[in-house]
Write a protein that binds this ligand. Structure first.
Ligand SMILES: [Fe+2]
Ligand SMILES: [Fe+2]
Length: 161
């Protein structure tokens, strides 16, 4: 999308906000999961569906940009952006079982659509809980990309499945 990203900024350090963002960063539904899911789909589509492989790779690169923007924000909020998230008051590391690996083009694209829908839903929920306007604006910009990804994956699904 040809719209610039806001510079990561925060009003004040805030552990609670950082821990919410860790979910978007490296939780089960997260940028880190999306990067891995899409590059795996890129690798497996490479031979038979070069055009889909290219799409997965391009979207993965955008998710990596989101990962970076969230890492910078989490640092400003005062938390170490390791690849972890919080469950039951404990920091838990990201897990390679989070991506949906799949077995064919249609179940993979369906999972990619679901991943984008889940991301948008989670970002919206976090926007409602975060009162810092800089973070809300950053999430709004990221959501624009996710909506675009959702449209691209949906179009690919309709074409191939
Ligand atoms: Fe993303
Ligand atoms: Fe996305």
């Amino acid at each position: 999308m040809d719209i610039p990203y806001p510079e990561p900024r925060v009003t004040a350090p805030n552990r609670f906000y950082a821990e919410l963002l860790l979910d978007d960063y490296a939780g089960p539904t997260s940028e880190l999961t999306a990067v891995h899911q899409y590059i795996y789909h890129d690798f497996t589509f490479h031979e038979r569906y070069p055009e889909l492989a290219e799409l997965e790779e391009c979207i993965a690169i955008v998710e990596m940009k989101h990962l970076e923007l969230l890492a910078e924000t989490i640092l400003l909020l005062g938390v170490d952006p390791r690849f972890w998230y919080v469950r039951k008051n404990r920091y838990v590391y990201w897990d390679a079982s989070f991506p949906y690996y799949g077995t064919n083009v249609c179940d993979r694209l369906a999972a990619d659509i679901e991943a984008e829908e889940g991301a948008i839903k989670q970002y919206r929920a976090h926007q409602a809980m975060i009162k810092d306007p800089h973070i809300v604006a950053l999430l709004e910009r990221i959501i624009l990309d996710e909506q675009h990804h959702l449209a691209l994956f949906t179009e690919a699904y309709k074409k191939h499945c």
